[in-house]
Design a protein around this ligand. Sequence first.
Ligand SMILES: Cc1cc2nc3c(=O)[nH]c(=O)nc-3n(C[C@H](O)[C@H](O)[C@H](O)COP(=O)(O)O)c2cc1C
Length: 290
Amino acid sequence: MSSIADVIAALPLPLICAPMTGVSGPELTAAACVAGVAGSFPTGNCRTSEELEGWLAGIQAARAAASAAGRQVGPLAVNLIIRGNRRIAEDIDLIVKHGVDFVITSVGSPAEVVGPLHAGGVSIIADVASMHHAARALEAGVDGLVLLTAGAGGHTGWANGFAFVRAVRAEYAGPVVMAGGISDGAALWTARVLGCDLGYMGTKFIATVEARGTPEYKAALVTSSLDDVTLGIAPNGIAASQLKTAGGSAGHSVSGVRAVTTAAALVETTRREWFEAIRGTEALAAKLLA
Ligand SMILES: Cc1cc2nc3c(=O)[nH]c(=O)nc-3n(C[C@H](O)[C@H](O)[C@H](O)COP(=O)(O)O)c2cc1C
């Protein structure tokens, strides 16, 4: 099992295929890992512990097979939604048993899961939307933060990403993930330059063949623009970014969805955009420093 620092160091592209209710199944999670980025899913997408055990075993088998075939395989993360989750203890046992690399907590304080997960050798990053929640999560002992920013898909943040990352960085030097607004590899690089170690992509991975979503939902993402995303309220009362027209969750990053592709093709395109952006920054820096 790895620390978050090990995970970051080993990832050639610092990207997490974000956990998404109703969208992330074993197909998408395994495809993301096999493509070389971090894969994740919320345990709530499994109706029972038996189903969760089957998903974890299947994903780990796919990762092991790809690794044996010489591929650079990304880590496996699992999302524990805290509030209202009656299966947390059973989920943690399975997470430890199946060698999950790290856990992402969301919706609720991570305090109750830090002890059992650390005892099982699993690192935790907590999804937070304010400085107050960031401080509380760090007090609870998490190993890193996911900064939920304005315009993120699903349960969204309110804070501007630039200001939020810099405010957190003024107080915290540990692992930080940007969630929201990462519409391509250039945005991912910008998040890295801003001070984040990793970036989330959620909405863009919905438009993949491996994602669980109706063909209509995926097609709506292709034709929607940033202006088609609005702030609504999810069934659990939390503010959420949604498509105005078609319904369904999507973030501002929908502006970067051009087609429904495979997860591998999306990762490859993002990797190409990432390196183009790095080279562009290099050229700009050379000019500015001349
Ligand atoms: C359909 C959908 C479902 C989501 N479900 C979850 C979830 O179950 N747990 C969670 O922590 N975040 C969830 N999110 C938020 C994502 O993990 C992530 O923060 C977000 O997608 C990042 O913004 P982006 O979509 O613009 O990339 C969801 C997002 C979407 C679009």
